[in-house]
Ligand binder design. Structure first.
Ligand code: C5P
Length: 206
């Protein structure tokens, strides 16, 4: 069983994906981490964000087993990730790895922006998890504060809007809802309610 979870930044898709993976006993891949790792390496090595070939080279040589989720969660890395994610050669370099993960024999849960549309269009369970930019900014702002990153709310909201625009507006695998995805808008839902709603949708689709 492949479970594909897509949605914009800070929609809660990651939490839902992790819990679904635990619930069904499936391996989970947060595909945003792949783009974050490429973005972080580019920042670290001072690679020009216009140098598509160099960035694709970084993507092709990623050591997925060594990805450190905590170190990759900062706002600056998220911004770098969304820039490198707009480059077709970077996406191409990460395609096979994601497809192989999705198609392992027992099934898998993947979350990202293009899982239901590009990586695993055949997935029987597809959720599109979303919420208003304001609701997502409240969550992200709280998360960053908990990590000790003191950023103003307005700045977080502006970041979210810029990322939405870049992720939805790019030509290569933009963030769009798959025609056969079930939408979960959790703007007014708490974490637990959002999880219950996601589980009900997954149970119905599988
Ligand atoms: O989900 P997360 O915020 O960690 O993703 C970081 C960035 O990686 C996103 O803004 C998006 O541009 C990119 N991404 C993508 N396709 C995916 C997952 C993430 O383009 N499947």
């Amino acid at each position: 069983m492949i479970i594909a979870i897509d949605g914009p930044a800070a929609s809660g898709k990651g939490t839902i994906a992790r819990r679904l993976a635990t619930h069904y006993g499936l391996p989970h891949l947060d595909t945003g981490l792949l783009y974050r790792a490429v973005g972080a390496a580019a920042l670290e090595r001072g690679v020009d964000f216009a140098d598509e070939a160099a960035l694709a080279g970084i993507a092709a040589s990623l050591d997925v087993a060594a990805l450190d989720a905590e170190a990759l969660k900062s706002g600056a890395v998220g911004e770098a990730a969304s820039r490198v994610a707009a480059l077709p050669a970077v996406r191409a370099a990460l395609l096979r790895l994601q497809q192989d993960f999705a198609r392992q024999p027992g099934g898998a849960v993947l979350d990202g922006r293009d899982i239901g549309t590009v990586i695993a269009p055949e997935a029987p369970v597809k959720l599109f998890v979303t919420a208003t930019p304001e609701a997502r900014a409240v969550r992200r702002h709280r998360e960053l504060a908990a990590r000790g990153e003191a950023v103003g709310f307005e700045e977080v909201l502006a970041d979210i809007r810029r990322r939405d625009e870049r992720d939805s507006g790019r030509a290569s695998a933009p963030l769009v809802q798959a025609a056969d995805a079930q939408v979960l808008d959790n703007t007014t839902l708490g974490v637990e309610e959002s999880w219950q709603a996601a589980l009900a949708l997954a149970e119905r689709a599988r």
